[in-house]
Design a protein around this ligand. Structure first.
Ligand SMILES: [Zn+2]
Length: 367
């Protein structure tokens, strides 16, 4: 989906924000495309450094109006876009699309959320959106679209660790000066940008948008939150939020078969360990896909975020984390049969609207 909003150098973004005026009293939402900011395709950056943080995140988060900028640059020098929409409360949420570049539908959902936010009233949560965290990998997937079923674009290269399995150890902070994951491997640059953003923005809830080939397993799931010692804090509200999102999609004739709403509804992803009772030890799944050299193993974003961090320098509460698994990897434009394409578009809209109307709403709010 093409928007009329484009990539900008940060200084232009900030200049645009400072000059932006609301359209009128209640329309405090100024569509980005109405800002008169010029398009530029000429991104110049130094891609040799490990991290090139191109925006001052603290300033970015204080915007009164929607804003977007470049969070940093990928290994192939593509910009990682980040969008910010202020909300009606002090609560903060983060939305991530495309942590697996092969899951093109997840990027389309995140783009749809941005489009809805540009056209609708303010959400309850202040929200940051990264629609495509690994744009290099998504580009690979797009160019070999017939092989989406083969996972093309999921991993950065043949020796790379699964992008969703390279987080720091449970209860440990991300250290930009020593950016290693739980297994001692270098965290990919795009994930470094994400982890820095999480530690600076401090969202109380995150939604990580994925897609799954087995459409029977599509749905909305939650990870259980724990303290720093993996002691369970209670899953009820996490589960309720995920199930409420799934019901929204189902009630509007969308596909969330993995949530088993007609039987015994569940927010537990099918490969995750059972949910511990409050006060009990919560086991985590540290084994992802079966790949050579344990490249599929490691701490996922879901496990890391939902575990509190108690490092000497850095503390944070457990973050509520919802995992969306959209049924089918392809973006809607990849379906050549009208019925299939329309069904995909319908589901993408419903998944995006469940984010707008449930996830970003005043529901099951964190303390
Ligand atoms: Zn995925």
């Amino acid at each position: 989906m093409k928007r009329f909003i484009v990539l900008l150098l940060p200084i232009i973004v900030l200049a645009g924000i400072l000059n932006a005026q609301p359209l009128d009293n209640d329309l405090s939402y100024l569509p980005v495309k109405a800002r008169g900011i010029e398009k530029t395709d000429s991104i110049t950056s130094d891609s040799t450094s490990i991290i090139k943080q191109t925006i001052d995140l603290d300033i970015f988060f204080k915007n009164k109006y929607p804003a977007y900028a470049v969070l940093g640059y990928t290994k192939q020098n593509r910009p990682v876009e980040v969008y910010y929409f202020p909300g009606n409360s002090k609560k903060r949420a983060l939305i991530i699309g495309g942590i697996h570049g092969s899951e093109l539908s997840s990027i389309e959902i995140a783009d749809s959320v941005i489009d809805y936010l540009l056209a609708t009233k303010k959400p309850y949560y202040n929200v940051v959106i990264i629609p495509s965290l690994f744009p290099d990998n998504a580009e690979t997937a797009k160019t070999i679209i017939k092989e989406v079923e083969l996972n093309t674009g999921r991993y950065t290269d043949d020796s790379a660790v699964d992008p969703n399995r390279q987080m720091p150890a449970l209860a440990k902070a991300f250290d930009p000066d020593n950016p290693l994951d739980y297994n001692g491997r270098l965290i990919e640059k795009e994930n470094q940008l994400l982890l820095q953003l999480i530690q600076q923005f401090s969202p109380s809830r995150i939604i990580n948008i994925h897609a799954i080939r087995d459409t029977l397993k599509g749905g909305v799931y939650a990870d259980p939150r724990t303290d720093c010692n993996s002691i369970a804090m209670g899953f009820e509200t996490d589960s309720n939020l995920a199930i409420t999102m799934a019901k929204y999609i189902n009630d509007n004739d969308g596909n969330v078969w993995g949530n088993n709403l007609l039987g015994c509804p569940t927010a537990l992803y099918y490969t995750d360990p059972d949910i511990a009772s409050v006060g009990g030890f919560q086991r985590r799944n540290l084994n992802g896909s079966s790949l050579p050299n344990n490249r599929g193993c490691g701490v996922s974003l879901g496990s890391w975020a939902t575990t509190a961090v108690c490092d000497k320098q850095y503390h944070r509460n457990a973050i509520r984390l919802i995992t969306m698994e959209f049924p089918g990897y392809k973006s809607s434009s990849c379906y050549l049969i009208d019925d299939e394409r329309n069904n995909c578009i319908k589901n993408i809209r419903l998944y995006a609207l469940s984010v707008i109307n449930v996830f970003l709403n005043n529901l099951y709010c964190e303390e």
